[in-house]
Design a protein around this ligand. Structure first.
Ligand code: ADP
Ligand code: SF4
Length: 690
């Protein structure tokens, strides 16, 4: 065990009120799109964290009353006793793996619009709901506050009955009533719950005391509190009221779970917070003010950083949401001296995007995330090979790398051929753009793993044709040849190629990412992809000193990035770099020195002077090799297995490419009719009676 290693401090048990965590690894609450709708999937996902060594495993926010109804988002729910059996699935699974289970009780105030329950929305003061919906929250009167305290207490008692060891009071992310009461911006009350900080913190204190009184004999009571809103003096600051709150309540909770607010700051992407451990400078005062254990987050991936944070008295627990998603076995790998095997989070927020869409969680680095129950996938285990001996993977992008790695784990002799001089494919290209360097970890993790295995042969500078493959004679072939960006402008808005006049200077993202950039500006970046790439390319060109005009049929820059909590930052950054933004414009014609655009509503035309246009629209799949191999039977070579994976099969996110490679490796040598029939397991509502 790790007792002799330099990380042994991370494996000390820590007491939290009446319970004891077996080590210092703490999976803080995080959304997962499973929640109350998918309780078996939820329990299995949390249990995997416990199996991987996280001593505390938390739920996502758990709505405690119908007046906190986040529908249609499937968060956790503990409205009444009917919710207990589903929650008990999780606590039992977590306990079976030796860990403590925590529940984050929440009342979301005006952040929940109660669209399903149709209950009145509650807030400290009258205000709009935090959703574009014509509905307002009403200021809670004293009887509302008494009712809320009772609901919270009842939910805590139910949580105890469901088997939770730690119960949260949640005042963070600008998403909860306790937080709203605390923040001046939300609270203009004139009674004892408004005005001074002491008054604004009164509800939080009462909730903590009520919860301790109700269940504190057996359960620890944790406080999740955002010490700083990263808004300077216009919000709560760790140097001012944030600190005073900790001083005021220091010894009341059994555990302080501290972070920054809002969620986009707490779950900042590497694009905007490149440093892992970025929250430390905000929260490091907390432990000096309380004798109670402290947990904090901030993409803590590095064991050295973790150990030094504990040794330097910054935290007692290493908190993680995303690092525990990317690698549920992070603690076990540290314990067993397998640090180089950790799949580090790349800070891309694809996991977060799933919450934004209300769908089960997925992760770029960990394709098994969210699939623990429905596909019975384990992040560290895969079935051994069958009768076949070898496999060839063509293409070393994220799909090919993942597929090759999993096939090698299964025990096949794996040959991976890559046309370029490095492994990584699009990951390397995109990682070279501003702010995305951490994405390279997707390639690094897999390249390292493959390099450690005796049953893998890697070939670079090896662009394979069907005849090469026939010569090789390996008949199980996975084709991961990727895709490239279109040069004709076909995309969401135009299904026909644009009119591009001879002499016009047109670039694609592939050109830009491989260093072929317009010699001079102004440059129009046309975004009909509407995801993330055009925004990064515009930023890159602006940093190269080009005058950039960002043209898009969408109403904003990179609208998809709202789901990763980045859109505001991206648009702000482009504006600050002097990029002109023209929304609601469809590109029509590109000539030498100009392009014509029309308004997406009125079709009013405009001509923009520009030296070059970068088209970010759609991708073309690279299927030539696959198509040749399908025909190759005529020449005497026939593949026993031939599968197209990753972007060559369907261009999408890097996460999709990794998932596709993983799936292909798992399905290899399975009965094809079973694979075809095996829709993942679903949690269907059982109908009974009439
Ligand atoms: P994905 O996201 O599906 O992994 P990428 O575009 O990132 O797709 O990666 C595809 C990789 O396949 C690229 O690195 C490319 O160089 C490589 N490739 C494409 N065609 C061939 C080929 N015929 N032989 C070997 N490698 C190829
Ligand atoms: Fe990290 Fe991205 Fe995985 Fe989320 S999806 S855990 S940010 S690697």
């Amino acid at each position: 065990m790790a007792n002799s290693s330099k990380y042994s401090v991370l494996f000390e048990p820590v007491k939290i009120g009446p319970v004891t965590a077996r080590n210092r690894f703490y999976q803080v609450p995080h959304c997962c799109g499973l929640g109350h709708l998918r309780p078996r999937a939820h329990a299995a996902m949390r249990a995997m964290k416990a199996e991987g060594g996280w001593a505390v495993v938390s739920t996502e926010e758990a709505e405690l009353h119908p007046s906190s109804d986040l529908s249609p988002y499937p968060e956790q729910r503990i409205w009444d006793d009917h919710d207990i059996p589903a929650l008990r699935l999780m606590t039992e699974a977590v306990h079976d793996n030796g860990s403590l289970a925590a529940i984050e009780l929440v009342h979301n105030g005006n952040h929940s619009a109660n669209l399903m329950s149709r209950a009145p929305v509650l807030a400290p003061s009258d205000m709009s709901v935090d959703l574009i919906y014509p509905k307002q929250a009403r200021a809670m009167d004293k009887s509302d506050i008494r009712a809320f305290r009772r609901w919270h207490r009842d939910a805590a008692l139910r949580a105890k009955r469901a088997g939770f060891d730690i119960v949260y009071v949640y005042a963070g992310h600008r998403m909860t009533l306790a937080h709203h009461f605390l923040l001046k911006e939300y609270n203009d009350r004139a009674d004892e719950y408004g005005g001074s900080l002491e008054n604004r913190a009164r509800l939080m204190r009462e909730l903590l005391e009520d919860t301790k009184e109700a269940i504190g004999d057996e359960c620890a009571v944790a406080l999740r509190f955002a010490v700083d809103e990263m808004m300077g003096p216009s919000g709560m600051q760790a140097s001012a009221e944030g600190r005073e709150v900790v001083e005021m309540l220091a010894e009341i909770p059994d555990l302080w779970d501290v972070n920054v607010s809002d969620w986009s700051n707490d779950s900042a992407t590497t694009r905007f917070q490149p440093e892992d451990g970025y929250q430390t400078s905000y929260i490091d005062f907390v432990k000096k003010l309380t004798s109670k254990p402290v947990v904090a987050v901030g993409r803590l991936n590095s064991p050295d950083m973790m150990a030094s944070m504990v040794r330097n008295g910054v935290v007692d627990f290493i908190g993680a949401a995303r690092p525990s998603i990317a690698d549920p076995f992070l603690p076990v790998k540290i314990r067993d001296d397998r640090v180089e095997e950790i799949r580090e989070c790349i800070g891309c927020n694809i996991c977060v995007s799933c919450d934004s869409f209300g769908i089960p969680i997925r992760c770029t680095q960990n394709p098994t995330m969210g699939e623990e129950w429905r596909r019975n996938w384990h992040p560290e285990k895969i079935q051994a090979k069958g009768r076949e001996r070898d496999a060839l993977v063509v293409g070393g992008g994220p799909a090919g790398l993942e597929c090759a790695m999993q096939l090698a784990k299964r025990g096949y002799e794996v040959t991976l051929a890559e046309a370029g001089d490095q492994l990584g494919g699009r990951v390397l290209q995109e990682a070279a753009l501003p702010g995305l360097s951490a994405w390279k970890r997707v390639a690094d993790h897999r390249t390292y793993d493959l390099s450690q295995r005796g049953n893998v042969q890697l070939f670079l500078d090896s662009k394979l044709s069907a005849s090469h493959i026939a010569e090789l004679g390996i008949s199980n072939i996975f084709v991961a040849t990727g895709s490239s960006w279109r040069r004709d402008g076909v995309g969401r808005t135009s299904r026909a190629p644009l009119e591009i006049v001879d002499g016009a200077s047109v670039f694609t993202p592939d050109d830009i990412m491989t260093g072929t950039v317009p010699a001079s500006g102004p440059v129009v970046v046309y975004d009909d992809d509407q995801a993330y790439l055009a925004g990064v390319i515009a930023e890159h060109l602006a940093e190269l000193g080009k005058k950039v005009c960002f043209v898009t049929p969408a109403s904003m820059v990179s609208p998809w990035t709202q789901s990763t909590l980045e859109q505001t930052r991206i648009q702000t950054s482009l504006l600050q770099k002097g990029v002109d933004i023209m929304p609601h414009r469809q590109l029509r014609t590109i000539t030498a020195g100009s392009c014509d655009v029309t308004c997406t509503f009125t079709e009013q035309a405009e001509t923009l002077g520009c030296e070059a246009v970068v088209l970010v629209t759609e991708r073309v799949r690279h299927t030539t090799l696959f198509d040749e191999l399908r025909q190759a039977g005529a020449d005497g070579f026939r593949a026993a297995t031939l599968e197209l994976i990753g972007d060559a099969a369907a261009p999408g996110l890097i996460a999709d490419a990794v998932y596709s490679g993983h799936m292909a490796a798992r399905n290899f040598e399975q009965d094809p009719s079973e694979v075809e029939a095996a829709v993942f397991r679903r949690e269907l509502t059982a109908l009974s009676g009439t």
